[in-house]
Design a protein around this ligand. Structure first.
Ligand SMILES: [Zn+2]
Length: 1070
């Protein structure tokens, strides 16, 4: 079995600059070959910490596969130099004192065993499939952490996320809270702001005296931090902000009486988490409530009685269920999937802190227990990073209007629930520990109108809040909403019939486009020439202007091409009605997309705004013309496929767009290869979105037509932010080094987002640069400054607070497996680009092996047989296997290149919730729904069928099964499905009469119908767009799509879950 095949590099070599992100901020050139300077890290995850773990890991089984042979660093790369972008490591200057010598693996390198068909026994390795001297391949593992240079953090003084904000707060101006006459805003405060004020109450009193204690421990370690609060009779404190933050696995908060209690919880656990025992408990029982130590920061200080929201030094809010302390043998416990959708872990914080914490739907961390040192983080072999969904529109944060936005004068952090008040007039920053003055106007609580309650202000009561920004935050007057639509009208485009759908959708939603009286709109169409449309008010009909010189596009009458929507609405409607007919006879097959984009950019460059581009083929004319690169024979292999752009034209144009506050959204509707790898750069770097409808046809593919309609509806009417920037700050000692998502990294940590939309997710990787030994809590704050469609400048701030731990066990206990898998997926996309798909796949597998090996060797005291994993990571192998079978990373199938690229774009830009649903969908049996365990939501009974394992073993022909993949719901009806379901839910007489295309369930007057519809509606209500439902018969061509999601099963080219576990076990137990 074990043959040498692919030498891997040792630790930190091959600092290939990302093609997708091009070169570094410091201008390091991209080179095509291997780079032996380990300091130029590639994407940040194969960089090296000086002297640390260097991936000279024990070699794992080697199973060389010819089709997956090394694809080294020297692939076709265009010199997209001097730009930074998504997935791009911030390159720091090389530091002489960081002499890591690249060490090469000479031995065999771990590889995942392949299924028999690809096994070396069956497929001999062709000689010469790898040239050791030619390419040094990146390590097959990830080094998650960035070398500490000590030169740069993101905490520089006066780094402002708002332009030109003075460092001084204005102490004299009065604040203007939103008028109390505005009920919506006032409600905002009340709703998510705070509970009724508890004037001078010593502490919030959410402890329930006398509550029963959990079962006594079985020799486990004490896991409850000393509790140091006073019992109070004030009753329950404020309601938790988010019910979703409460894990289903969390027991009710452990409760304590009023003294310091140290308690053991849990089953026999192999090693002690001393951090829990050593928890600082500065205030002892009986200490006056007025004297509370704040846990964070280098020095202790006392706090005067300020009321309810104070942080205490204690962190007794143990949120781990004893189950959470369990060690699981995955080979014995095969189904660890919870019956209800997996919830994020709740950070182990005192409940008074956790109550104020950010909703994990907006902001979460891969490790809810932050390791104290880089050494500890490296030991865990888990990636440290944040996943953000900052502009989520189902979140309605309180809005604060104040002439002074209180920020740290040193690091510009916004005041937040996790700062500490030294006294009424001074607060200490939780990011940099600077002590700041409390401005006079902040002394008055706008809710109670009481003076002297700075700690009860909404800014200090809400981890998510939105500020109305004063003029200091504006570089120019807020831009009007500008929407430009660019349509492909070539013969191919006309054939698909898309124009009709899009124009109709625009007509339907014209009045719902976010905006105000300043909204502007314009249209460009193109084939081999470019067509502009004058929509000037007063014209009797739109005027079409054709420009045939695509070399240097001349802009006719630019002032009449982007017009005020209100003033020219009739002309716009006229145009939308005529456009679909205008080109029906066209014979023009060429596509001058590049020149059309240049023209569109020129048109928008003075205003900024959103450009929506619809393209149906490979661009063939002028700048940006592309050639077919897909070789169908290579589809099934993981080598030499063109994942990177073939030209830098789209990226450069995107950066020009970004500079002028223009974002480009690309809708690709094409049955042919269109080189999405090149085209998607136009959106990736301009902070746009990519939509893809393979084989779109108005008649032949009604399913795609409906999908486009639903998605356009969402696209056109969803919230939008213009001219945005986002900055993420983290407590001193932590450093953010790599960003994932669609944006441009303008300066070290400032993300430029010409548009921000509520469906965009982001991820960042972090390292521990300075020891956090003096700190018990760390915070992360994201601040998004944007212009609303109403022309207001606003700042949306999210702050997340997490505990710091000192033991490996605690790090593992707090692992958030979904966030970890999501971050790894982002890293794997980058790895696919910079190295190869097979490298990325290997790195994913090794991420599991390395972390579980670390757990086994460093945490477990006795070496038991089996595959022992901490409860927190019980789904890690499953999720990684699901990633390997996801379209982005799968092999051995006929995944078309554009589809793969699109899947990768989705990985990089989707919020975690959707990424996980796409990767590991939820499967339910729905032909036997009952009211048992159902939810009652406003008079509706919503059944809650258990989530099933993704295996055909769970399916049966006599049932009906619903698969929720996030944007699509698939209802597979078995051939022998009960008559009851067919007639009472589907409304058909028998199986044969189920329509071949069915995307709606009839509303029948039967309890079965009501239950099914209630369940599906409930799933849909949890997302902002409308997932389409496909009813799939057994012989339907879509059945393959459905079955593809059964990730626990073996396929031609991929292992089953059990085989995968055996492989992992074999590697871990070496
Ligand atoms: Zn600060």
């Amino acid at each position: 079995m074990s043959q040498p095949g692919v030498p891997a590099s040792g630790g930190a070599l091959t600092g290939l600059q990302a093609q997708n992100g091009a070169a570094s901020a410091s201008g390091s050139p991209y080179t095509n070959g291997p780079i032996h300077n380990e300091l130029m890290s590639s994407q940040g995850y194969n960089s090296q910490l000086p002297g640390s773990y260097s991936h000279l890991i024990p070699a794992k089984t080697l199973n060389p596969i010819s089709v997956q042979s090394k694809y080294g660093g020297s692939q076709t790369v265009s010199p997209l130099s001097n730009y930074q972008g998504p997935g791009q490591t911030l390159h720091r200057p090389p530091v002489a004192s960081n002499p890591v010598t690249p060490s090469l693996h000479s031995g065999p390198v771990p590889r995942m065993p392949q299924h028999a068909s690809q096994n070396p026994a069956a497929t001999p390795v062709p000689s010469g499939s790898f040239h050791p001297g030619a390419n040094v391949s990146p390590p097959l593992n990830w080094q998650y952490n960035y070398p500490s240079t000590g030169l740069q953090t993101n905490h520089g003084p006066l780094v402002s996320s708002g332009p030109a904000m003075s460092g001084n707060t204005n102490l004299t101006t009065g604040h203007h809270y939103v008028s109390s006459g505005d009920p919506s805003l006032q409600n905002n405060f009340i709703k998510s702001g705070s509970a009724p004020p508890m004037v001078n109450s010593p502490l919030p009193t959410t402890f329930q005296p006398g509550a029963p204690l959990p079962p006594p421990p079985m020799g486990g370690p004490p896991l409850v931090r000393a509790l140091t609060t006073q019992k109070s009779s004030q009753g329950a404190g404020p309601q938790p902000l988010f019910s979703s933050a409460v894990s289903q696995e969390a027991t009710p908060q452990l409760t304590n009486k009023n003294t310091t209690v140290s308690r053991s919880v849990g089953y026999s656990y192999p090693s002690l988490p001393p951090g829990y025992q050593n928890a600082t408990a500065p205030s002892a029982a009986g200490m006056p409530p007025s004297s509370l130590s704040y846990p964070s920061g280098p020095q202790a200080f006392t706090q005067t009685p300020l009321g309810a929201n104070h942080l205490t030094a204690s962190m007794s809010g143990l949120s781990l269920h004893p189950e959470g302390l369990r060690v699981v043998n995955l080979l014995q416990e095969r189904n660890m999937l919870p019956p209800t959708p997996l919830q994020p872990p709740v950070p182990n914080l005192h409940e008074d802190i956790q109550r104020l914490n950010c909703n994990p739907e907006s902001f979460r961390c891969t490790l809810t227990n932050i390791p104290q040192t880089q050494a500890l983080l490296s030991k865990a072999k888990l990636p440290l990073g944040l996943l953000l969904h900052p502009f989520k529109d189902s979140v309605q944060p309180p809005v604060v209007t104040s002439s002074t936005i209180v920020r740290c004068r040193q690091c510009r952090t916004y005041i937040n629930p996790f700062v500490s008040f030294l006294d009424q007039r001074r607060w200490k920053c939780n990011i940099c520990y600077q002590v700041n003055d409390v401005p006079e106007e902040f002394m008055r609580n706008p809710l109670t109108r009481i003076y002297g309650e700075p700690h009860k202000r909404p800014e200090v009561q809400n981890a998510t809040i939105e500020f109305m920004a004063p003029v200091e935050y504006m570089l120019r007057p807020p831009q009007p909403p500008v929407y430009l639509f660019v349509f492909d009208v070539s013969h191919n485009a006309v054939e698909t019939g898309y124009l009709n759908s899009v124009c109709q959708s625009l007509l339907n939603n014209l009045d719902s486009l976010p905006g105000n009286t300043r909204t502007k709109i314009g249209f460009i169409t193109f084939d081999s020439t470019i067509h502009f449309y004058s929509l000037q008010e007063g014209l009797s009909q739109p005027q079409m202007l054709i420009v045939s010189d695509i070399e240097d596009v001349f802009m006719p009458m630019p002032e009449n091409l982007l017009v005020n929507l209100n003033e020219s609405k009739e002309l716009v409607q006229d145009l939308l009605k005529t456009l679909p007919q205008m080109f029906t006879k066209t014979l023009e097959t060429q596509s001058a997309l590049g020149p059309a984009l240049q023209a569109a950019f020129k048109l928008m460059s003075t205003s900024g705004g959103r450009m929506s581009v619809f393209q149906t083929q490979l661009p063939t004319l002028g700048v940006g013309a592309l050639k077919p690169r897909e070789e169908p024979n290579h589809r099934s292999s993981a080598k030499e496929i063109h994942l990177t752009p073939s030209t830098d034209f789209y990226k450069k144009l995107a950066l020009d767009c970004s500079g002028q506050q223009v974002a480009v959204d690309l809708f690709l509707l094409s049955g042919q290869y269109s080189d999405l790898a090149s085209l998607c750069c136009i959106s990736r770097y301009s902070a746009g979105s990519v939509y893809y409808y393979p084989s779109y046809h108005h008649q032949h593919n009604p399913v795609q037509v409906q999908k486009l309609q639903k998605e356009l509806q969402r696209y056109l009417t969803r919230k939008i932010g213009f001219e945005a920037v986002m900055r993420i700050r983290s407590t001193k000692g932590l450093s953010i080094h790599t960003f994932h998502g669609n944006f441009f990294v303008r300066s070290t940590d400032l993300l430029s987002l010409p548009n921000v939309n509520p469906d965009a997710g982001y991820a960042v990787q972090m390292s521990v640069e300075e020891n956090l030994t003096d700190t018990q809590l760390v915070s992360f704050q994201s601040a998004l400054l944007y212009t609303s469609s109403k022309g207001e400048r606003r700042i949306r701030v999210h702050t997340l607070c997490l505990p710091v731990v000192s033991t490996l066990n605690e790090v593992f206990l707090g692992a958030d497996v979904q966030a970890i898998s999501g971050l790894l997926a982002n890293m794997a996309v980058d790895r696919s680009m910079t190295a190869s798909l097979s490298d990325a796949r290997d790195a994913l597998v090794n991420a599991v092996i390395d972390s579980l090996s670390a757990y086994r060797s460093s945490v477990l005291s006795s070496q038991q047989p089996g595959l022992m994993v901490p409860f927190s990571l019980r789904l890690f192998p499953l999720f990684v296997l699901a990633l390997l079978k996801q379209k982005s990373f799968q092999t051995g199938t006929n995944t078309r290149l554009d589809e793969r690229i699109f899947a990768m774009c989705q990985v990089k830009s989707q919020p975690l919730f959707y990424l996980m649903l796409t990767t590991h969908p939820s499967l339910y049996r729905v032909d036997n729904l009952s009211d048992e365990g159902a939810l009652n939501i406003s008079d509706r009974t919503v059944p809650q069928p258990p989530v099933l394992q993704l295996s055909v073993e769970k399916l049966s022909r006599d049932g009906a099964f619903l698969l929720d993949t996030g944007s699509v719901l698939m209802l597979w009806v078995g051939k022998n499905c009960g008559q009851n379901f067919l007639s009472q839910v589907l409304g058909v007489q028998n199986y044969a009469s189920i329509p071949h295309t069915m995307t709606d369930l009839p509303e029948l007057d039967t309890p079965e119908s009501a239950r099914t519809i209630a369940f599906i509606s409930w799933l849909r209500e949890q997302r902002p767009f409308f997932p389409i439902l496909y009813v799939i018969r057994d012989e339907s061509p879509m059945k393959a799509n459905f079955l593809q999601n059964m990730v626990e099963d073996r396929t031609e080219s991929a292992l089953s879950y059990y085989e995968f576990l055996l492989h992992i076990q074999q590697q871990v137990n070496k």
